[in-house]
Design a protein around this ligand. Structure first.
Ligand code: FEO
Ligand code: CA
Ligand code: CA
Length: 623
């Protein structure tokens, strides 16, 4: 039975399995010598001195690096934007200023730039808002949301602070700056006109009272992570869209479908001022949220598109790679406990010579959901109407139904229920795909499987997937756990970092991931804090190859209350942009008495989510 089950080196060494029983079949000699090697000081692909962990009210980077503030919430983005005034905010001003809670960052070199790594467009997701820190007089967060102070104007500011931003940035005399009054400066909000495209566009379930064609929607919300395509567009992902809808599922014709997405979650009171956010008044509007949105950052007048072929769920990110056969493959996670890992494969090949020819390539293709088998093999199962159980008899009358109800379709296929899939991204150098699984404390003993091996998974883990034959379009893959997170010196955590990892080097809750131009992996975390892991969130550099595999090293950390988002490298590897989200968030923290006033530290100024540029003192590649 043991042999029939998949075993890996860590299982054997750690678990104390009956080695003798499997000696006949397993390459034990090789395994043991590899473990011995990992105990040696394995050569590292990283050359920086590790940052000590900590928890305080500001950010820190490893010795020898600068981490400079590039732009903060409220700073001008669009020409004519007023300067930020925390005490006199308006929706009109916010529509032209950087939005709140910067998450994903994408960098596009300026075409024709002498140095592509020193001049480009930076795109920014603005995920959500913290009213208690943004607005005077709201007070500290309450257990139950109190909307009595959220006036129509404050709700309008919230809507304007969501969505995304495009800024032009340039490095002059060694320092990055936002180009003022750039022709590219753009804000996208919860009101921006967006086209709906792909198989669900125009379907009856996408039609509303104000859009009888079912092809145009206003706005995008909860834009978490995303991707940058080789044809120069930005993919930005709607995650917890259920939070923005109010009303009741009771009596709603699609009550069961709403339930599968946790809607309406009523975390905002926009529905009080704009009926489309009230499911009791506008039954279909919610079907128009929860998608991947594609935007051309170089054309501020362009209309973004919600690409329905890529599925509807709580999208974390959408990181793609050009496959060996030329098609584009986008990996996606659905960030919820017990939800799934997806990929989308385009029908057409990417035209690398003519970027404009790929304009609507994401409208046609196949969406797949992952099953992780116990033997280390895996299968991508197509979400195609008429295939397997995805039939009219089972409630899927068309491909539009399959896509609008992606989660329900994936349930039917028996996909593997994961521990909150966040970023899923291929290392462009090796082609191996990494899945960040942030945590899942609701997984009970007995609910473990090989891909989600810990009950009460407090600290998350990272899975490595290898497409069969290096073909990202293949339906078969192999996988193994790269690392289970947490303090690996404590046996009780079941954490499996390489023994070479220091007390500062381990982390919990992997969330976003980035690969630098040399194919080295950098992980951003969400949920570390002093009381939980003895450290704030930040960036950790992670070894993936050779004896050092599974060793991580601390590089950057955020101020108290913040989450680390958006790691993004310039193509020369000399700048790492990071997004510090919700600094000062937490119990008892408010506009009047915030946990930190980062990054301005001025009396009366609330904390402000901000983007930083990290560079090496004296120049050179980061890390
Ligand atoms: Fe917006 Fe899954 O974090
Ligand atoms: Ca995330
Ligand atoms: Ca996050």
């Amino acid at each position: 039975d043991l042999i029939a089950q998949r075993f890996d080196r860590r299982d054997i060494v750690r678990g104390g399995l009956a080695i003798a029983a499997i000696a006949a079949a397993a390459p034990i000699t090789a395994l043991s010598s590899m473990d011995a090697k990992s105990k040696e000081a394995a050569a590292s692909v990283f050359g920086f001195k590790e940052l000590p962990i900590g928890s305080d009210d500001t950010h820190h980077v490893a010795d020898g690096y600068d981490a400079d503030i590039l732009i903060r919430w409220g700073d001008p983005v669009v020409t004519g934007a007023p300067q930020f005034n925390a005490n006199a905010q308006t929706a009109e001003a916010q529509k032209k200023q950087l939005g709140y809670n910067n998450d994903f960052l994408g960098y596009f070199p300026m075409p024709g730039a002498a140095k592509p790594g020193e001049h480009g467009l930076l795109v920014v997701n603005q995920e959500y808002t913290n009213e208690e820190l943004m607005f005077p007089g709201i007070g500290a967060p309450q257990r139950k949301k109190d909307f009595s102070k959220i006036t129509k104007e404050l709700a309008a500011i919230e809507m304007a602070a969501h969505g995304g931003s495009v800024i032009e940035i340039k490095k002059t005399t060694g320092k990055w700056q936002v180009v003022a009054d750039s022709q590219y400066g753009r804000r996208l909000t919860a009101d921006t006109p967006i086209d709906i495209s792909g198989p669900a566009a125009g379907h009856a379930r996408m039609k509303t009272r104000t859009d009888s064609a079912g092809t145009k929607v206003k706005g995008m919300v909860n834009n978490c992570a995303g991707g940058v395509t080789p044809w120069g567009t930005w993919l930005t992902c709607e995650e917890n869209f259920n939070n923005y809808f109010t009303g009741t599922a009771q009596g709603h014709p699609e009550a069961e479908k709403l339930k599968r997405y946790g809607a309406p979650a009523s975390q905002y009171n926009w529905g009080q001022y704009d009926e489309r956010f009230d499911v009791s008044k506008d039954q279909n509007e919610i079907n128009r949220f929860g998608w991947v949105v594609e935007i051309d950052p170089f054309d501020p007048a362009s209309t973004p598109k919600k690409r329905t072929a890529m599925g509807r769920f709580k999208h974390e990110g959408a990181a793609g790679i050009i496959n060996t056969d030329g098609r584009y493959v986008v990996y996606q996670g659905d960030d919820q406990r017990f939800d799934y890992v997806y990929k989308f494969v385009t029908g057409a090949k990417v035209d690398t010579a003519n970027p404009g020819a790929n304009k609507d390539i994401l409208d046609t293709g196949t969406l797949y959901v992952a099953r992780y088998n116990a033997d280390g093999s895996g299968e991508w199962m197509p979400l195609v109407h008429g295939k397997g159980p995805l039939t009219t008899a089972n409630g899927f009358a068309s491909q539009a139904d399959v896509l609008i109800d992606t989660r329900l379709a994936a349930d039917k296929l028996g996909a593997t229920k994961m521990d909150r899939p966040e970023d899923v991204e291929a290392n462009p150098k090796t082609g191996k795909v990494y899945v960040m699984l942030t945590n899942n404390t609701r997984r009970k003993p007995g609910q473990e499987d090989k891909a989600n091996p810990r009950a009460n998974n407090e600290f998350g883990h990272i899975i490595e997937m290898t497409p069969n034959g290096g073909d990202h379009a293949a339906t078969a893959f192999k996988w193994e756990v790269l690392v289970t997170c947490g303090d690996h010196k404590l046996a009780s955590t079941g954490a499996s970092f390489n023994k070479a990892t220091s007390k500062d080097g381990w982390f919990g809750m992997p969330d976003n991931v980035a690969f630098d131009p040399d194919g080295r992996m950098w992980v951003a975390t969400d949920g570390n804090k002093k009381s939980r892991t003895g450290r704030n969130d930040g960036i950790w550099a992670m070894e993936t190859e050779g004896p050092a595999r599974g060793t991580s090293r601390h590089f950057f950390r955020v101020p108290n209350g913040a989450e680390m988002c958006g790691p993004c490298f310039t193509p020369d590897g000399e700048t790492l942009f990071v997004a510090v989200q919700h600094p000062g968030e937490g119990k008892g923290s408010s506009f009047a008495a915030p946990a930190t006033r980062w990054p301005d530290f001025k009396p009366g100024m609330p904390p402000r989510p901000a983007i930083l540029a990290i560079t090496k003192k004296g120049g050179g590649k980061v890390g």
